[in-house]
Design a protein around this ligand. Structure first.
Ligand code: DGL
Length: 277
C-alpha cells in the first residue's frame, strides 16, 4: 500500500501568516511546507463570519487537493471565524483523517500561564475582536481572567504598505496601545492577535507601561505544532520531510514575492493559484 504523505499547509488571508511560518520552520525545519495566501481577497479582518468561513474553507480544500494532510490556519481572523465550523462540520464530509488547526487555542494556553495579575490585553483586527474568540477561549480555562480588547484596523494596511517603521506609524501605534491600556491599568500581558503585528512589536513595546509583556504568537504556535506532532504519530508520519517550502498566492505572484520581503529574511518566488474548483 502506498503511504499517503504531503506538505504541512499554512494558510493566511495574505502575508501575515509568513511570520508564523518563519517560526514553524525554525522549530521544525525538516518538514515540507505549502504556504497559501489569499491575497486576492484580503483583508479578512473586516469581513463577516460567513464570508471568512467560505473563503477559508475554499483555501483549506485547495490545500487538501495539493496533498496536505494537516493545515494550520495561520490567521487569527480565520481561526476565530472559520476553524470551529470546519473542524466540526466540514472535515467529516471531506476526509475525517485530515486535520485543521488554528492559532488562538495555543496562544491562549500560554497567556493564561503567563499573566500574574489575571488581566490580559488583546490587540487584533476588528473581526477577531468582534468574534469574542479570545475571551471565550481564555474563560474556558480560567473564568476569572479579565480580558480587554482593542481593534487596530490601520495596522495591517500600514504594514502591507511598508510604512510601519516610519514615524507616521507611531501615531497609530500610540492610539491603539493607549486605547487598550486606558481600559484596564492592571493588564500585564498583551496578545498580538493578528499575524502582522509582530512587525510592530518594538514600537508597541515602547508605548507599553514598564513590566507589561507581549506574547509572541509565532513561537507559541511553532512549539504547539511540534508538541501536536509528538502526540499524534499517525499524523506526523503523513507529513513529508524534504525541508522544502513553496509559496502560493491567489493574487499577483510577483507582487507577493517582493512584498514577502517585509515579513521574511529570505527571497522567495511565489506561484499564482485559483482556489475555487
Ligand atoms: N492575517 C489576519 C489576522 O491574523 C490579518 C489580515 C487580514 O485582515 O486579513 O487576523
Amino acid at each position: 500500500m502506498t503511504k499517503i504523505s504531503g506538505p504541512i499547509g499554512i494558510f493566511d488571508s495574505g502575508y501575515g501568516g509568513l511570520t508564523i511560518l518563519e517560526q514553524i520552520r525554525k522549530e521544525l525545519p525538516e518538514y515540507d511546507y505549502l504556504y497559501l495566501g489569499d491575497n486576492a481577497r484580503t483583508p479578512y479582518g473586516t469581513r463577516s463570519f460567513d464570508v471568512v468561513y467560505r473563503f477559508t474553507l475554499q483555501c483549506v480544500e485547495y490545500l487538501f487537493r495539493q496533498g496536505c494532510q494537516l493545515v494550520i490556519l495561520a490567521c487569527n481572523t480565520a481561526s476565530a471565524k472559520a476553524l470551529r465550523t470546519i473542524q466540526q462540520n466540514d472535515l467529516n464530509k471531506i476526509d475525517p483523517t485530515r486535520r485543521v488547526l488554528g492559532v488562538i487555542r495555543p496562544t491562549v494556553e500560554e497567556v493564561v500561564k503567563f499573566t500574574k495579575t489575571k488581566h490580559i490585553g488583546l490587540l487584533a483586527t476588528s473581526g477577531t475582536v468582534l468574534s469574542d474568540s479570545y475571551p471565550l477561549e481564555i474563560h474556558k480555562i480560567d473564568p476569572d481572567i479579565v480580558v480587554s480588547s482593542e481593534a487596530c484596523p490601520l495596522w495591517v494596511p500600514l504594514i502591507e504598505n511598508n510604512e510601519h517603521l516610519n514615524e507616521g506609524a507611531d501615531y497609530f501605534v500610540k492610539k491603539y496601545v493607549s486605547g487598550l491600556m486606558s481600559k484596564d491599568s492592571q493588564i500585564d500581558s498583551i496578545i498580538l492577535g493578528c499575524t502582522h503585528y509582530p512587525l510592530l512589536s518594538d514600537k508597541i513595546t515602547r508605548e507599553l507601561p514598564h513590566g507589561v509583556k507581549i506574547i509572541s504568537q509565532g513561537e507559541i504556535v511553532a512549539r504547539s505544532l511540534s508538541d501536536y506532532l509528538h502526540r499524534h504519530p499517525e499524523m506526523e508520519e503523513k507529513c513529508s520531510r524534504n525541508a522544502t517550502c513553496r509559496y502560493l498566492t491567489t493574487e499577483n505572484p510577483g507582487k507577493f514575492s517582493s512584498s514577502a520581503s517585509i515579513f521574511l529574511a529570505e527571497e522567495i518566488r511565489a506561484e499564482h493559484v485559483e482556489v475555487s474548483e
